[in-house]
Design a protein around this ligand. Sequence first.
Ligand code: B12
Length: 472
Amino acid sequence: MCGGASIFRPMVSGRVLCISAGMLAPKKADNPVGRSHLYLNFGLLGLASVLASDGFDPVVVHGGFVTPEDFIRDLVERVTLSEEPLILLSIPSSFSLPWARRGVEALRRLVPAARIVVGGRWVVADDEPWIRSRLPDVDVFARGVAEGYIVDIARGDSLGRRTRRRVPSIPELDYRLLEGMECFNPSLEVSRGCGMGCAFCAEAREPLGGMKPPRRLVAEMARLIEVYGTASIRPYLEASLFRPTSAWVGELGEALEASGVHLPWRTETRVDTMPPDLIPGLARAGLRILDLGLESGSPAQLRRMRKTTRPDVYLRRASSLLEACRREGVWVKVNILVHPGETLDTVAQTRAWLEEHRSAIKGVSVGPTILFRYGRASAALLAEFESHGASVVDRFALDRDGFAHLHPSRSISHDAAVELSNEISRSMMSARDYYDLKSFGYLPRQSSWDDFRQIVVGCPGGNFSFRLEGLG
Ligand code: B12
């Protein structure tokens, strides 16, 4: 079963417990569809993979939407822990912070001698005093990416003395370490970093690294098929900025042909960095869904986001890319932000742009920009947002919760922004479109259209972000 029941192997002494913090409620509407999402923490799985190759015995579990106290109690009851077990807790987003806080309290109560190490670079950032104030019972906080020193942590070396180990910067993910593996559609990391400087992203200044060589990627796909025992998997190729060259696409095609591997996959990129002429080759190599961070169809808003200094060129490129995807049968999901400075006019511009490209868009993800606390960078970002006319809904939220909702401008309140986001979403996406997109990477692997349909039909008033049509 997916999302709760145990397939746990008996715990042996010295096993490293790697917990991905869950969430108390979904980020958007709290309904059964939101709660059926599985958020694979491949960053944590990568750390477990490094530990396993160094002789440790890690296991990765996901809190999902289970109440933290129940989750931890169940975990402690069904596993045999060593006397002073090492527990790695990963906090993938600020939305997981309340779960993590209660989870740590439960761990301290039930396993007082545990050594609890917390990481998750988007939340821990560069501000240990703050994260310690949120999670006082934790022993060690780890910053940044951790493949280089996770083994030292597991050995009990102090972080101050840590030595940088020589591990590949992107480890191969060992899905056998993931509890409930069969429920998750796997991810494969192809590159790290972005560095494009967008106002709302913490990776704005993380430089883009090189892409994984195609031969290595294909070998990993082949091993995934072997581990899952089936080719009916739909991997997400993870990269904050997926930017292949034509040589890379050509080599990928050759490597796939030579190995006989053929898997449909999904990835995410920017509209202005992916040349449309690469789409036919990528489609032949299995690209089925492309997530595009368009963010807005309004030139003024694109400038405010620092997405581009030439919105006309940016939007023209976006049109050509969408057209290339449409021609090749690649589904496009467009991400849109209702951002500081937004007015009803700028929203109308975005809606008109989406309408014009409707035939090339399978679905959208729309939401108001959220201000995430990212260490010392947050104050400057808030000042920038305020200069566009935005204000925070609750001035204590940023320090208390690690994120703050915004009123985008005097003319659009936060509630109005949520409502506008839902309207745009519903106008662009049917229940079937939503399912088709989500069944690639977010819903449990075995979840069929019929299962999904029944969940939706069984939840009248679910405030879904898609049109309730075609549900039978
Ligand atoms: C891929 C991705 C996902 C994937 C996978 C997440 C993952 N962590 O593996 C999925 C789809 C599951 C996901 C889900 C969500 N995400 Co997301 N996601 C990203 C993205 C694009 C890249 C994350 C990344 O860097 N992965 C690469 C791996 C290698 O890095 P990593 O996960 O950080 O792990 C490394 C370190 O953090 C550290 N580490 C992590 N855990 C631990 C634990 C220990 C003990 C140690 C020592 C170290 C350590 O070591 C790891 C390996 O080096 C980012 C950023 C972006 N550019 O937009 C957003 C981002 C992280 N997501 C975000 C959000 C909000 C979400 C969602 C709420 C949904 C959403 N999109 O709004 C959910 C929340 C899930 C949850 N339970 O909280 C926000 C978080 C902002 C914040 N401060 O809260 C980001 C920054 C995007 C943004 N809007 O700005 N996400």
